[in-house]
Design a protein around this ligand. Structure first.
Ligand SMILES: [Zn+2]
Length: 268
């Protein structure tokens, strides 16, 4: 297994790691410990990438269990996640590995360091469960916050001394909450309101390669009003056959795709 991961220090002690599929994870390096948030698709040797940056004891947490965040969890002794995420992790990081392989080959990715059987037959069976907590990495404090929305067990991460929020897939330039395991828009808004109380000044989304200012988060959240969601929604039924999926625009440059059936009743 090669290490094709690209690493970029986004701010002091905060590294964005990008795997060969183009998926981003975040490495937070304190003075005593390091924390990796998500694993990417799992084709790359993540530990080699981390060890180029720090020799410190390393913990892995998953913002949620989707394949693009969790398929590399097999490289770690434990993959910490919220207990509500167990079924999603089990499905996506294990049973859907064949789908990930097909996606990677369709992209024309160099997988010469793998065989299909090797990748699909490498299970992630190391789920460990955590709830909201604070972690001291050594002069760097991290808060783990339960934020159901994109999935029931989604976690956001707040790095106190850097005033940085990692929102997981609860906020991206394109945010998806139409999968069966997604919560409704009302739950997502409630979670975003909860983290909005934190004094963060920048945001690092897993599907975007730049730090965003706090104002982008505030605009995203304020754009999720019933009036704006209704006014900007258009059908996106192709995203999930048999479901009423709509795409709306909380702000002009942001898209949120949601399941109409899970909208709050008084929004319909
Ligand atoms: Zn996801």
């Amino acid at each position: 297994m090669r290490n094709d991961i690209q690493a970029k220090e986004m701010m002091k002690s905060i590294w964005m790691l990008t795997d060969r599929m183009g998926m981003h994870m975040t490495l937070i390096v304190g003075e005593e410990k390091a924390l990796l948030v998500d694993t990417g698709y799992g084709f790359d040797d993540i530990l080699s990438a981390v060890r180029k940056i720090t020799p410190l004891p390393l913990t892995l947490i998953l913002t949620h269990g989707h394949h693009d965040h969790a398929c590399g969890a097999y490289q770690f002794e434990k993959a910490w996640m919220h207990p509500d995420e167990a079924p999603v992790f089990s499905l996506y990081a294990n049973h859907w590995r064949k789908r990930v392989w097909q996606q990677a080959t369709a992209k024309g990715l160099d997988l010469s360091d793998w065989t299909e059987e090797g990748f699909t037959g490498t299970p992630c069976q190391n789920a460990a469960f955590m709830d909201e907590c604070e972690m001291d990495l050594g002069n760097l404090t991290v808060q783990i916050i339960h934020c159901p929305g994109h999935t029931k067990g989604s976690l956001c991460v707040y790095v106190k001394e850097r005033a940085l929020l990692l929102p997981g897939d609860d906020m991206n330039p394109t945010t998806w909450i139409f999968f069966p395991e997604c919560e409704g828009l009302g739950t997502l808004i409630h979670s975003l309101e909860k983290v909005s109380l934190l004094p963060f000044s920048q945001v690092l989304c897993p599907h975007h390669d730049q730090l965003l200012p706090r104002s982008a988060f505030d605009a995203f959240l304020s754009g999720l009003s019933p009036e704006n969601v209704k006014a900007t929604s258009e059908p996106a039924f192709h995203l999930w056959e048999g479901k009423q999926v709509y795409a709306c625009h909380p702000q002009p440059q942001y898209t949120l795709c949601y399941d109409y059936d899970k909208l709050p009743e008084n929004w319909k």
